[in-house]
Write a protein that binds this ligand. Structure first.
Ligand SMILES: [Zn+2]
Length: 286
């Protein structure tokens, strides 16, 4: 059974409590505090820890470039469509400046990094959304880059991986933002018609239209531990259905329990898990 390969012994981690004094005295930049348990790590050690808190297993946000670093065989990743430039179609005040600022902050041209690379020797196409850029919201260039990556995967007959991280639609692009979800879904359908594999990996946060469209239609849908995944916010739903929602509602673990995910995969196991899935599904592999 496919699910058997996902079974992992959860590592038991000893929670070490730093003194209260240390907790309140974190030098800016040098140390990073876990948002969940407030444990403190040297920032320079974070990548070695895959940005996972050793005390409570909290998966901190990663940039798209950091994911490339931990996912692909060395020097195999080639990015695509870095030249595409976001316009301001609705003339939204200061939108261009905000996009420009996030581009400088992240080194990306938009809220997704796409490309081709090898995972344990097998070529895949990937789109990695980055919540550090406009909250990973879906703009026209984000949609175009993901669509082109899927089309590239279709052309090369290789699997497609999408790491979703998104606050949903991009307000400043109105209906053009919403159209991207349909465009990506159509491209994925063409990819599927050739019998090719699409794995969706939902990371914190996968919300709004992104969660309600392409992120949920993988042949295999994975998520990182405790990832927030949902369409509308908790308060909106509670007000609409007039019921109190369970505490773990909209977490990866809740969705797994209710059959909406195939597995919740710790970051430390992600590369190996994806490699196994790809090996099992790609034709002509031994
Ligand atoms: Zn922690």
């Amino acid at each position: 059974m496919i699910r058997d390969i996902f079974k992992r012994k959860r590592r038991q981690k000893e929670a070490k409590m730093p003194s209260e004094q240390a907790k309140n005295d974190v030098p800016e930049g040098l140390m990073t505090k876990c948002p969940e348990c407030k444990d403190i790590q040297l920032t320079k050690d974070l990548m070695r820890l895959l940005k996972v808190c050793p005390a409570c297993d909290y998966h901190m946000r990663m940039t798209a470039n950091e994911r490339v670093e931990i996912l692909f065989d060395e020097n195999t990743f080639e990015s695509l469509d870095d030249h595409l430039k976001t316009e301001n179609p609705l003339g939204f005040p200061s939108y261009t400046e905000k996009v420009q600022q996030d581009a400088e902050k992240t080194g990306l041209n938009e809220a997704v990094l796409t490309g081709i690379g090898n995972i344990e020797g097998r070529q895949v196409a990937v789109a990695i959304m980055d919540a550090h850029f406009r909250m990973g919201s879906m703009g026209s260039v984000v949609g175009e880059k993901i669509t082109r990556a899927v089309e590239k995967a279709t052309e090369l007959n290789i699997p497609m991986l999408i790491f979703a991280a998104s606050g949903g639609a991009r307000m400043q692009e109105g209906v053009l933002s919403l159209m991207q979800m349909a465009k990506i879904s159509v491209a994925l359908n063409r990819h599927a018609e050739k019998g090719l594999l699409f794995v969706s990996i939902m990371t914190y946060p996968t919300t709004g239209g992104v969660s309600a469209s392409f992120a949920s239609v993988g042949d295999i849908n994975l998520a990182e531990p405790k990832a927030l995944i949902g369409f509308a916010g908790r308060r909106v739903i509670e007000q609409t259905v007039r019921e109190k929602l369970p505490n773990d509602f909209q977490t990866a673990e809740f969705l797994l329990e209710h059959g909406q995910l195939d597995a919740v995969v710790p970051r430390a196991d992600m590369r190996e898990t994806l490699s196994k899935i790809i090996r099992l599904h790609v034709k002509g592999n031994h």
